[in-house]
Write a protein that binds this ligand. Structure first.
Ligand SMILES: Nc1ncnc2c1ncn2[C@@H]1O[C@H](COP(=O)(O)OP(=O)(O)OP(=O)(O)O)[C@@H](O)[C@H]1O
Length: 508
C-alpha cells in the first residue's frame, strides 16, 4: 500500500436548512486501501460521500485527486475522475438486462450497442473480480446481492479507481458479504481504493486498513486498523460504552395472540415462497425466525400484515380470523409492522415527519372542532416527543422524511410502530442501518414491549440479534419451518444446517 493519497477532501463544510451535516471535514484516501467511514446515524457520512460523488456541492472546502485540485459537478463528472459510488438504494432498471444496465447512460455507446461484445466483456470483468453475473439476465429476476454486484461492475466498467460503498452489507446475506469482501480485497490489491460505510463493527475491523469516525458532522479521528478495537470504535462514535448485553425480562407467555395456519403465499415471480406454514406466538413472547434472506420471510410478514394475499391458509389474531389483504383491520386490532423496505413501504418520503408518524393513527384524537381541521399543533407536539424519545436527528417536525439519513428514517418507522401499544409486532430487520447506540435502544424497547405482554415476530438476518431477543427460534428454509431451537448460541451449527435445508424435530 503506497503512502501517496490518491484522494484528499480538505475542510469540507455542508449545511442544510437547520443542520450542519459536515463541518470542516478532512479525509484522505490512499491508493490500495479500504478506508472505513463510521459514525452514528446522521453523523454526516452519506452527505460527505454525496459531495465526493458530485450529488451535492460543498459550501466550503477542496478536493484533490492525485495532488491536483478538482471540482466535481455531477456523478457523471465524478466518474470521469474515476470516482464511483454504490448508494444505499440501487439505481438499476428492473426490466433491463444486466448488460443494458451496465452500459446505460455511458457515453460512446450510441444507439447501436454491440450487445455480444458488451456481454462478453462484462462476463470477463465479473469473473476477474470474483463477481460473477449473467449479462443476459433481466435485473428484476436477481437477488439484492446480485443487483449490488451490477452496480459495482458498472463502476469498474467505467474505470473507477475510487469506489464508495455506502452500507453495502446492510442488505446482504453473510454469504453475499463474503463474496463482496473477496471482491473488495481483489480491488485494493490491484490498486483501487475503497471507502466503506458500515455500522457493523466486526466487518469494519475485518476489512479496513484505516477508519475515520464522524460525530455530529465533525471528524473525531482517523486510526489505522491495528490501533483500534470494537470498544474504542464505539467510544469514538458514541462517546460511551455500549455493551448490547442485557438480560431478557422473564415473562410467562400468556394466551395465544397470533396463529398462522397452513399459510401458502406466492412471491412476485408467482412462485410459492411460503409453503403450508403454521406458527403461533403468545403474549409476552418473542419468536425469532432465522434464515438466509429470500427464503420467504418477507412474503410471510406481508401476508400476516395483509399486504399480500395468501393462496391458502388462515391468520388468526386474538382468536379472530383476519380477512386477507385488510390492513386497516390489523391496524385497528393493534398490529405493528416494521417492514424491511423503509423507503418504499414504510414511509411516504415527501410527507413530513409529523405526517409520517401519524399516518396510521386514528386522526380523531387530533380533531378538535371539525373533521376537516387537524390539530396540527398537537400532532407536532406529539411528534416532537417521539423525535426526542427515539433520538431522531432532524431540524424540525416539518422536515420531509426523504431528507432523513437512512438510520434516522428507520427510527421514524420504529417510533410510529412501537409508540402505540401494539399487541402484535412484526419486525423485519428492525435494526438494519442503525448505529450501535440506536440498536441498543431498539433491543431494550422490543424487550419492554415483550414485558408489557406484546407478542413479537422477529425476522432478522443476524443470529446474534435473534439469540439476544427471542424466546424461541424457528428456522425457515424455502418457505418452510425446518425446526425450532432455544435461543442459545450453542445451537448455531444446528441452525446453520437447518438454514441450508435440513429438518429438525421440534424441541421446545
Ligand atoms: N438533502 C437533505 N436536506 C436536508 N437535510 C439533509 C439532507 N441530506 C442529509 N440531511 C441531514 O444531514 C444530516 C447528516 O445526514 P447523513 O445522511 O449524511 O448521515 P449519515 O451519517 O449517513 O447517517 P446514517 O447512518 O443514518 O445513514 C442529517 O441530519 C440529515 O437529516
Amino acid at each position: 500500500m503506497a503512502d501517496l493519497p490518491i484522494l484528499e477532501m480538505r475542510n469540507i463544510t455542508k449545511a442544510f436548512p437547520g443542520v450542519i451535516a459536515n463541518e470542516n471535514i478532512s479525509l484522505d484516501l490512499k491508493k490500495g486501501e479500504v478506508h472505513a467511514l463510521l459514525g452514528e446515524n446522521g453523523a454526516g457520512k452519506t452527505t460527505l460521500m454525496n459531495i465526493l460523488f458530485g450529488i451535492y456541492k460543498a459550501d466550503e472546502g477542496e478536493i484533490f485527486m492525485e495532488g491536483k485540485q478538482i471540482s466535481i459537478s455531477s456523478p457523471h463528472n465524478a466518474l470521469k475522475y474515476g470516482i464511483g459510488m454504490v448508494q444505499q438504494h440501487f439505481t438499476v432498471v428492473p426490466s433491463f438486462t444486466v448488460a443494458e444496465n451496465i452500459v446505460l447512460g455511458l457515453k460512446g455507446m450510441g444507439f447501436f450497442i454491440k450487445t455480444k461484445t458488451v456481454e462478453s466483456s462484462i462476463e470477463k470483468l465479473g469473473k476477474s473480480y470474483d463477481l460473477p453475473v449473467n449479462p443476459r439476465a433481466r435485473v428484476w429476476t436477481l437477488s439484492v446481492g446480485e443487483k449490488q454486484r451490477i452496480e459495482i461492475l458498472k463502476l469498474l466498467y467505467t474505470g473507477a479507481k475510487v469506489i464508495i460503498l455506502d452500507e453495502p452489507t446492510a442488505v446482504l446475506t453473510p454469504q453475499e458479504t463474503e463474496i463482496l469482501f473477496k471482491a473488495m480485497r481483489k480491488l485494493v490489491n490491484e490498486g483501487s481504493s475503497v471507502i466503506f460505510i458500515s455500522h457493523k463493527l466486526d466487518e469494519v475491523l475485518e476489512i479496513s486498513d484505516r477508519v475515520t469516525v464522524l460525530r455530529g458532522g465533525k471528524v473525531v479521528g482517523t486510526e489505522v486498523r491495528d490501533s483500534v478495537d470494537r470498544r474504542s470504535l464505539v467510544r469514538m462514535m458514541v462517546g460511551r460504552d455500549v455493551l448490547l448485553d442485557f438480560d431478557k425480562p422473564k415473562t410467562e407467555p400468556g394466551k395465544t395472540v397470533l396463529q398462522v395456519e397452513n399459510l401458502t403465499v406466492k412471491n412476485d415471480k408467482n412462485l410459492e415462497a411460503v409453503k403450508n406454514l403454521s406458527l403461533s406466538i403468545k403474549s409476552g413472547e418473542i419468536l425469532g425466525i432465522a434464515g438466509v434472506a429470500g427464503n420467504g420471510q418477507r412474503e410471510l410478514a406481508e401476508a400476516i400484515y395483509g399486504l399480500r394475499k395468501p393462496v391458502q391458509g388462515k391468520v388468526v389474531l386474538n382468536d379472530k380470523i383476519l380477512r386477507h389483504t385488510d390492513v386497516a383491520q390489523r391496524i385497528k386490532g393493534g398490529v405493528a409492522f416494521i417492514p424491511q423496505d423503509r423507503r418504499a413501504v414504510a414511509t411516504c418520503p415527501s410527507l413530513s415527519i409529523t405526517e409520517n408518524v401519524f399516518m396510521k393513527n386514528s386522526y380523531s384524537m387530533y380533531l378538535p372542532q371539525s373533521p376537516f381541521n387537524l390539530n396540527t399543533r398537537a400532532m407536532q407536539r406529539a411528534a416532537k416527543e417521539l423525535i426526542s424519545d427515539y433520538s431522531i436527528s432532524t431540524p424540525s417536525t416539518k422536515t420531509q422524511a426523504r431528507f432523513l439519513s437512512g438510520g434516522n428514517l428507520q427510527k421514524l418507522v420504529l417510533a410510529r410502530e412501537l409508540s402505540t401499544k401494539p399487541c402484535l409486532i412484526i419486525a423485519e430487520h428492525p435494526t438494519r442501518g442503525l448505529d450501535i447506540g440506536a440498536m441498543e435502544f431498539v433491543y431494550k424497547t422490543l424487550l419492554a414491549h415483550k414485558e408489557r405482554g406484546a407478542a413479537i415476530l422477529l425476522l432478522a438476518g443476524e443470529l446474534y440479534e435473534i439469540f439476544r431477543l427471542s424466546d424461541r427460534v424457528a428456522v425457515i428454509y424455502e418457505g418452510e419451518i425446518m425446526g425450532y431451537t432455544p435461543p442459545d448460541p450453542s445451537f448455531t451449527e444446528e441452525i446453520g444446517f437447518m438454514m441450508a435445508g435440513s429438518k429438525r424435530g421440534e424441541i421446545s
